[in-house]
Design a protein around this ligand. Structure first.
Ligand SMILES: [Zn+2]
Length: 160
């Protein structure tokens, strides 16, 4: 009987592929091979595991799975891991809001809104943009970190 991953799907252990780690047949030691950045970016854009490219990152909503359902790569290698994703999210959101605001100054103001209404609308826009970017930030942060420091997934049978 084949094992089940965290999502409850059955998987074949022979399908588990690790592109980042190879074993040197002569020494028996692990070789860490950095995957191509373009491959990592494609996987991050599709919200997939940076190691195997098949496992999804999110359960539902903004909840990140604990590990890859296919290769069991941990998506939480340490506590506070996604602080970097939040920094990316803040930076991209702030940059976009400021750029759009500066571009809007080029056009005449035809709205009847007061300054307070405009400020509230800009805040609402920034919050919505931040929520829209959250999954992408998490995915790209995980991919970037994996590209910089490739790590080996734990055995698929070691989690329950
Ligand atoms: Zn994976």
């Amino acid at each position: 009987m084949s094992p089940r991953n965290q999502a409850g799907d059955r998987f074949d252990e022979r399908e588990v592929v690790s592109r980042s780690i190879t074993i040197d047949p002569q020494t028996g030691l692990e070789n860490f091979v950095r995957p191509p950045l373009a491959l990592i970016v494609r996987r991050a854009a599709r919200w997939r595991c940076p190691n195997c490219g098949r496992g999804r990152l999110f359960a539902r909503g903004f909840q990140v799975l604990q590990r890859c359902p296919h290769c069991s790569l941990s998506y939480f290698p340490e506590s506070g891991y996604y602080l970097g994703a939040m920094i990316i999210n803040y930076g991209v959101t702030a940059t976009l809001v400021v750029l759009i605001f500066l571009l809007s100054l080029l056009f005449p103001d035809l709205t009847p809104w007061t300054m307070n209404t405009k400020i509230l609308l800009w805040i609402a826009f920034a919050i919505a943009l931040s929520l829209l970017m959250m999954r992408h930030s998490y995915s790209f942060w995980l991919g970037l970190d994996f590209w910089i420091t490739p790590r080996q997934p734990k055995s698929p049978t070691s989690f329950c």
